[in-house]
Ligand binder design. Structure first.
Ligand SMILES: *Cc1c(COP(=O)(O)O)cnc(C)c1O
Length: 401
């Protein structure tokens, strides 16, 4: 009989969203007439841009013709046409990334979860709390020690490093899921200096970079000096171009990023990761890569920006409702998420029930993202415009009583 990885038994039994789904199901069974508005799960709702769909169809057609058929991709790291398109995209906001430092993947979650493979289990991992659950879970699965940097009301949910704390791997996410908070260039520089002092590597999740509107908020950690020697960046087309059901993302590992093995030899992180991928990953389907490349064309950018603006307008409606009610929140400005303080000192799950029962609106309890999330609540701007307006009207009516 095989033994199992007992670390899995230490994980939370139910993933947050399964708990929420159960509660919503029980409520709808008891109140079949209730018109429920879902602002919980972080999934997009707008269809993919027309020119992107056309590019995918063209790629699919090529697969059916002998002359243009494609089998396995040579490297599995993505076709040059897409890597160059991503490099061009970085250039459009002033960041120089050679195409060879980019790998195409089937979404940021995969790389984010799998990157732990190339690091030793004895590393100390620093994760901001609250956080996207993938960072914590994938490290606990390998039995690593996880420590936390507190994001809270005092620091506007943008945790900063504590000079007295030592660590080897750091996870940062900006714009943040779940809090919608962002790091400025100056704040990221502090993290980079801290990482260098500790010989640590930063894993930087920029899945929401396309939602940034403020000038001093960088779209990439590589917009900040010194990042190429200490950071890996993961991004995805899921939220920026509606690719949650298409599956395509990209990871940047600068060739400058090296560490020392126990025998003192220098090891390139990009090469190590490439070696791992060579054995465990065979690349992303050709039609999807064609679609992804279309996102970065002028027309693709124009059409996908329109969807992002649609969500940004929802966020504005949500933010102005909370302003009116005098409820504290972060996010909304550079992010599709609004992270609000539960009114009347309610707990996260208490407010979840209250909102579901009295406004028939579903959100996400902050406590599901870490201990500092208790008393806070996440609403997403990814919904339908009219439904978002309706939900905010219900919330206004309920909370101004
Ligand atoms: C949605 C999301 C991702 C992207 O996941 P995909 O696997 O690319 O769909 C990555 N990080 C965070 C924080 C997210 O919320």
């Amino acid at each position: 009989m095989p033994s199992i990885n007992e670390n899995f038994l230490k994980l939370e039994k139910n993933y947050l969203f399964i708990n929420i789904a159960k509660k919503v199901k029980a409520f709808t069974e008891a109140h079949p007439e209730a018109d429920i508005i879902r602002m919980g799960i972080g999934d997009v709702t707008q269809p993919i841009a027309k020119c992107v769909v056309e590019a995918m169809k063209k790629g699919a057609d090529e697969m059916g013709v002998k002359e243009t058929f494609k089998g396995y991709e040579d490297s599995g790291a993505g076709y040059d046409f897409l890597k160059e398109a991503v490099a061009g995209y970085y250039k459009s906001f002033g960041v120089d990334i050679p195409a060879d430092d980019i790998r195409i993947n089937d979404g940021a979650k995969s790389d984010c979860g799998n990157i732990v493979d190339i690091f030793g289990d004895d590393n100390v991992v620093l994760i901001t709390d609250p956080a996207y659950p993938v960072y914590v879970d994938t490290n606990l699965m390998n039995g690593r020690k996880v420590i936390y940097a507190d994001s809270n009301e005092e620091n506007n949910f943008a945790a900063m490093p504590d000079e007295n704390v030592k660590c080897d791997i750091i996870y940062l996410c900006s714009p943040n899921n779940p809090t919608g908070s962002v790091y400025t260039k100056e704040q990221l520089k502090v993290w980079i200096d801290y990482a260098k002092k500790n010989n640590a590597i930063i894993i930087y999740d920029s899945a929401y970079e396309a939602f940034i509107t403020e000038k001093d908020v960088p779209r990439s950690i590589f917009a900040v000096e010194g990042a190429k020697e200490c950071a890996i960046e993961m991004c995805s087309l899921s939220k920026t171009a509606g690719f949650t059901g298409m599956r395509c993302g990209y990871t940047v590992i600068p060739h400058e990023l090296v560490v020392k093995a126990s025998d003192g030899s220098e090891v390139s992180i990009a090469q190590l990761w490439g070696r791992r991928e060579g054995s465990k990953f065979n690349g992303v389907s050709y039609p999807v890569q064609c679609a992804a490349a279309a996102v970065f064309t002028e027309e693709g950018q124009k059409q996908t920006r329109a969807n992002i603006e649609y969500y940004q307008n929802n966020a504005k409606v949500m933010a102005s409702t909370l302003d009116e009610l005098g409820i504290k929140y972060t996010g909304g400005k550079n992010s599709p998420y609004i992270w609000l303080k539960c009114p009347n000192n309610m707990g996260s799950w208490e407010f979840f029930d209250y909102l579901l029962e009295n406004a028939n609106v579903v959100g996400t309890p902050g406590a599901g993202f870490g201990k500092n999330g208790e008393g806070w609540f996440r609403l997403t701007a990814f919904g339908d415009k009219d439904r978002t307006v309706e939900a905010m009207e219900r919330i206004k009516k309920l909370l101004s009583k």
